[in-house]
Design a protein around this ligand. Structure first.
Ligand SMILES: Cc1cc2nc3c(=O)[nH]c(=O)nc-3n(C[C@H](O)[C@H](O)[C@H](O)COP(=O)(O)O)c2cc1C
Length: 172
């Protein structure tokens, strides 16, 4: 895949207006939680990532997404909720411990929350979902541009009661 990407860049380089921008997009890859080490992005860097997310195509400017930053002590709370979710799913002690640890691995977790207007007269749900996808992609690309790794993860726990407790799933 990397070779294909590199070849495509070579062929279009002469015509591209912003080769560095293209190079950046072509070089992003996901970095899993166990490879992420402190320091994570600071406030100003997070704001830039959100700004990039807000540049995603957004029919009728609905902004159908929210970000919640989980860091510091909140990671402990999230870890406990991951554990609770694993317990509810019937995992054994080792599985529960693994899920609990997962929340503590990265210095910072950003929850992406879809906040769709399902009754919108003009913009159907699939268009709003497309915007959410664009937003999280822009967010990850901005993180990459700032020198940070990251990976979009859902996992089974995402729809659990635990995540509602943390306020990570919109109620309406
Ligand atoms: C909405 C969404 C949810 C995802 N959830 C998971 C997940 O739970 N576990 C996982 O291994 N990959 C998940 N992925 C895929 C990874 O984020 C990543 O894109 C994939 O591993 C390919 O790596 P790359 O981004 O370096 O090409 C998800 C992707 C999206 C867009």
């Amino acid at each position: 895949m990397a070779a294909t990407r590199a070849a495509a860049l070579t062929e279009t380089t002469a015509r591209a207006a912003n080769v560095d921008g293209l190079r950046l997009l072509l070089s992003r890859g996901s970095v899993g939680p166990k490879h992420l080490t402190a320091p994570g992005p600071d406030e100003a860097q997070l704001r830039l990532m959100v700004e990039a997310a807000l540049h995603a195509p957004d029919h009728a400017a609905l902004v159908p997404f929210r970000f919640k930053v989980v860091r510091g002590e909140a990671r402990g709370r999230m870890s406990a909720l991951y554990g609770e979710s694993a317990r509810r799913a019937g995992k054994d002690a080792a599985g529960i411990a693994m899920d609990e640890e997962r929340a503590l691995l990265p210095p910072l977790t950003v929850a992406v929350i879809a906040k769709l207007d399902l009754g919108h007269p003009q913009v159907p749900a699939h268009e709003q979902w497309a915007c959410v996808g664009g937003a999280l992609t822009n967010f990850l690309n901005a993180a990459h541009a700032l020198g940070f790794g990251g990976k979009m993860l859902s996992g089974a726990g995402v729809n659990s009661v635990s995540m509602y407790s943390l306020g990570l799933v919109p109620s309406g």
